[in-house]
Design a protein around this ligand. Structure first.
Ligand code: PLP
Length: 469
């Protein structure tokens, strides 16, 4: 293909995307297709002869869009959402065009270099400890990877290597290793344990679904008495079900004393620390060995973009350094050899979309975005509280509201089904303790009070019809 065709295709596609989102409210938030819908719309084999661009463009509406769940829709309130900011989409055009997998400095110098600067910018934006920054010239640093799950998995492997080195005379060490997390942690922590072959001890939280020091201390003591070797804790700042915050201060003191790696998963809520008033939720973060959050959740960056900081990057060189002749890179100096900071060798140029996003919104733009979402969540919480048929299940901390219809779990399950079957709005439920709850997240970049009222009226309509029947 030549550059003229590239220009034509891209311009048409950009117009399509802009029009699509300008008119998004006319589209359904959820697709109406059934599983398996797509196969019959496509030929069984790839075309032998080249096709025309025009026919692809025609198929977008026919084949692709019917199967799209509209995450950037004002009535999408499910999960924790993803940020889909235009600056990020534009940056991805350039990143894809350059497409150099920056696994070493020379393979794509700008990729490594921009990433280290962006990691320092982000650390400052969130008010993270200086020791996580490359510019502190200490042992800390960070990487922009794809997902929070990768960060948990990778730091668990780092911690596992560290503890095994310390017990090198005992070949039974591996089978004695035990890691901790709370009963409220995301399923990705369970998956990390499965992938690394490590037993997971789920420690009970307090009544506010916060993991506290006393319960961790008790679990460690019990496990040591049984002959286990505790070595890793994944704490959460902003749990998936209710956006509860573990007590990092209490947990950090214990982990440091017990030589347990403390990883902090702040996948969603991490972005909120861009606003100073939210930083009390991460008190004690200087005690953590690693910290991770997803810019693609709440910082207007497209999937995939997750920032992981480690306090001591020498652990990476000690554990996961590979340096075959065909990958040798004579230059790079103190800059990180990012291929050793992740599982794959090749990597995407993700820092470019961070750079575009932070520059085009500015720190103020990001802060306003987060504050607006928290404000709207509080407005929705007030609507729920003002209506006798509902109850709030957890006080609003961020842009998430947990609520339910007063009554049984079955009633709330039914309410969830009715809301999502009509699909004027989309929400996802969860289980908090033994209660089936509904969760409403504020996600849309241009969300307003009217969108929140729309959601409330829709939920109330279904709740009343359910109560009548
Ligand atoms: N951790 C928490 C607290 C989450 O809420 C989520 C997803 O919502 C994850 C981890 C998983 O994130 P990812 O898809 O980036 O692996």
């Amino acid at each position: 293909f030549n550059s003229e065709e590239f220009k034509k295709f891209s311009k048409e596609m950009i117009d399509f995307v802009a029009d699509y989102y300008d008119n998004i409210e006319q589209r359904s938030v959820l697709p109406k297709v059934q599983p398996g819908y797509l196969r019959n719309l496509l030929p069984p084999k790839a075309p032998v002869e080249p096709e025309h661009w025009k026919s692809i463009m025609q198929d977008i509406e026919k084949v692709i869009i019917p199967g799209v769940t509209n995450w950037r829709h004002p009535h999408f309130h499910a999960y924790f959402g993803v940020g889909i900011g235009y600056p990020s989409i534009v940056a991805e055009i350039l990143a894809n065009a350059l497409s150099g997998p920056g696994f070493s400095w020379i393979s794509m110098p700008v990729s490594t270099e921009l990433e280290t600067v962006m990691m320092d910018w982000i650390a400052d934006l969130l008010g993270l400890p200086e020791h996580f920054k490359f510019s502190s010239n200490g042992t800390g640093g960070g990487i922009i990877d794809g997902f929070a799950s990768d960060a948990t998995h990778y730091t668990l492997l780092l911690a596992r290597e560290r503890v095994i080195r310390n017990y090198s005379n005992d070949d039974k060490t591996f089978s004695k290793l035990i890691m901790y997390t709370s009963s409220q942690a995301h399923s990705s922590v369970t998956k990390a344990g499965l992938l690394a072959g490590i037993k997971v001890h789920y420690v009970d939280t307090d009544e506010m679904f916060t993991l506290r020091g006393a319960n961790l201390e008790k679990a460690i003591k019990e496990d040591r008495n049984k002959g286990f070797i505790p070595f890793y804790l994944c704490a959460t700042l902003g749990t998936t079900t209710s956006c509860a915050f573990d007590n990092i201060q209490e947990l950090g003191v214990i982990c440091n004393k017990e030589k347990i790696w403390l990883h902090v998963d702040a996948a969603y809520a991490g972005s909120s620390f861009a606003c100073e008033e939210n930083r009390h939720f991460m008190a004690g973060i200087e005690l953590a060995d690693s910290f991770n959050f997803n810019l693609h959740k709440w910082m207007l960056v497209t999937v995939d973009c997750s920032a992981l900081y480690v306090k001591d990057k020498t652990e990476i060189n000690n554990s996961f350094s590979v340096d075959p002749v065909y990958l040798k890179c004579p230059v790079g100096g103190e800059l990180p050899l990012y291929r050793n900071w992740q599982i794959a060798l090749e990597r995407r140029f993700r820092s470019l979309k961070v750079w575009f996003t932070l520059r085009l919104y500015g720190q103020k733009g990001i802060q306003n975005h987060i504050r607006k979402h928290i404000q709207l969540a509080r407005e929705f919480e007030a609507m729920i509280k003002s209506d006798d048929i509902f109850e709030i299940c957890y006080p609003v901390t961020m842009g998430l509201v947990c609520f339910r219809l007063k009554g049984s779990n079955e009633l709330n399950q039914k309410l969830n089904e009715l809301i999502n079957a009509e699909a004027q709005i989309h929400i996802t439920p969860s289980k908090l303790g033994d209660k089936f709850i509904l969760r409403l997240s504020i996600l849309y970049e241009h969300a307003t009070t009217e969108h929140i009222e729309f959601a409330f009226n829709n939920i109330k309509k279904h709740a009343e019809s359910l109560l009548k029947s």
